[in-house]
Design a binder for this molecule. Structure first.
Ligand code: G3I
Length: 390
């Protein structure tokens, strides 16, 4: 049975621990909040509790933290994060372009702070991410003359980066998303500089290097749209090939960038079952459910390369979320968590991609400046009322 305590009591304790003024915390308007009035207010509840406690008997609950949150620019978000989540992922701070922007330049400010924060609070940290086609500077793939590196040169650069970054936190970080988003929707490997220059074994090479640099960290593959049968098959083949070649992989992260009508949750369930059968851990990572209409001719999922011009018809809830749509969101989350709880024996973690609706990448993808409501905490950092039913 989960022990229920009031949100305000919980926030009082957390605020004291962080040295914040609790009354200010509870009453302060959200720094970036665009919506605090009207129908949106109905979504607030009093009797939850902390998300991590609410779901404790099923799985660990995590969130992504932005650089600004990690560096305490939004102390209320950190208080909420500490209260509600037991595992953290840096939203951007450990991506190559951030942590290693130039050949001889590393920026460990935010990642060191996050590692310290997680350690102080006894929370798990998942590093994100060592090898990705996106957010990786062009210089990584070129020599000083701007010519493409050879396979051996790029492997050496990959190893040097992994040693430096994963090695720095080798006994302090719980797990790494070693490779991120290497597959196309049809289950073939995505065209990328990694594939082009190194070849298809770049994944095995990355996992091998991560294992050497951080032998005690768990090693994961992470991707979106893994509910799709073709993409699922590609990832299962990857896991089996790695294992057959003696390369350790400990888990598959299924990003959950979903919407009210996307995806077919029975396909997601099939993937959880199929991935678990490979013998590795399965996790829902990057969970959020957008309530906004999606441009008809664009591919849903989480391709960060997609950028559509802002149009009012795709941004209908600027002044608050109508009750009927909030009910749809509640129903969708209930359907999703019914399935996740049924398979909690296979799921080690459910991580949301952000703390609250006021700071979620969903407000800016696939077009910037929208008002979305995809998470379980609203813009005032209050738990939405339907969460008691999850
Ligand atoms: O911090 C700068 C700011 O200084 C600048 O003024 C502004 C101008 O555009 O950009 C800000 O950086 C943005 C950053 O998010 C922080 O908001 C970047 O442009 C933007 O590209 C970046 O987007 C991130 C995206 O990955 C690309 O790295 C999102 O925050 C992050 O949520 C998203 O996360 C990815 C996962 O890593 C992998 N799976 C998909 C997921 C969602 O796209």
């Amino acid at each position: 049975m989960n022990k229920k305590i009031t949100t305000s009591a919980l926030l009082s304790v957390s605020a004291m621990l962080l040295g914040c003024n609790n009354s200010a915390l509870l009453s302060e308007p959200a720094a970036k909040s665009k919506v605090t009035t009207g129908a949106a207010n109905i979504s607030q509840t009093k009797d939850i509790v902390s998300l991590q406690q609410h779901f404790a008997e099923h799985f660990k609950i995590g969130t992504a933290l932005s650089r600004a949150q990690i560096l305490k620019e939004f102390p209320q978000e950190l208080v909420a994060a500490k209260a509600h989540f037991s595992t953290f992922t840096p939203e951007n701070s450990m991506k190559w372009e951030r942590i290693h922007p130039e050949p001889e330049v590393y920026d460990f400010l935010a990642s060191d702070a996050l590692v310290a924060f997680a350690q102080e609070n006894n929370q798990e940290l998942v590093g994100h991410t060592l090898v990705w086609h996106s957010q990786t500077p062009d210089w990584v793939f070129e020599n000083d003359a701007g010519e493409p590196l050879t396979r051996e040169q790029l492997l050496a650069r990959m190893e040097q980066h992994i040693n430096k970054v994963a090695g720095r936190y080798k006994d302090k970080i719980f797990a790494w998303d070693v490779v991120n988003e290497a597959f196309n929707e049809d289950g073939t490997l995505r065209e990328s500089k990694w594939l082009e220059i190194i070849g298809p074994d770049f994944l095995a090479q990355a996992f091998t290097m991560a294992q050497k640099a951080a032998p005690n960290a768990k090693l994961y593959y992470n991707d979106y749209n893994l509910f799709k049968p073709e993409k699922r098959a590609g990832v299962i083949k990857l896991v089996n090939d790695l294992k057959a070649n003696g390369v350790r992989i400990d888990g598959i992260g299924m990003q959950g960038h979903y919407a009210l009508d996307y995806p077919d949750l029975s396909q997601m369930e099939d993937s959880i079952i199929a991935f678990a059968q490979t013998g590795v851990e399965v996790m829902i990572t990057e969970l959020d459910i957008s309530v906004l209409p999606f441009p008809e001719d664009s591919e849903q999922g989480a391709d960060v390369g997609l950028n559509v011009e802002l149009q009012a018809k795709y941004n209908p809830y600027v002044n608050g979320l109508p009750l009927a749509v909030e009910q749809q969101l509640a129903d969708r989350y209930k359907q999703l968590f019914t399935i996740l709880k049924q398979h909690s024996d296979k799921l080690s973690r459910v991580t949301f991609w952000g703390v609250s609706d006021r700071q979620t990448w969903r407000n800016d993808w696939p077009m910037t400046g929208r008002t979305d409501y995809p998470l379980l905490l609203d813009r005032e950092l209050k738990v939405k009322s339907f969460v008691t039913e999850l």
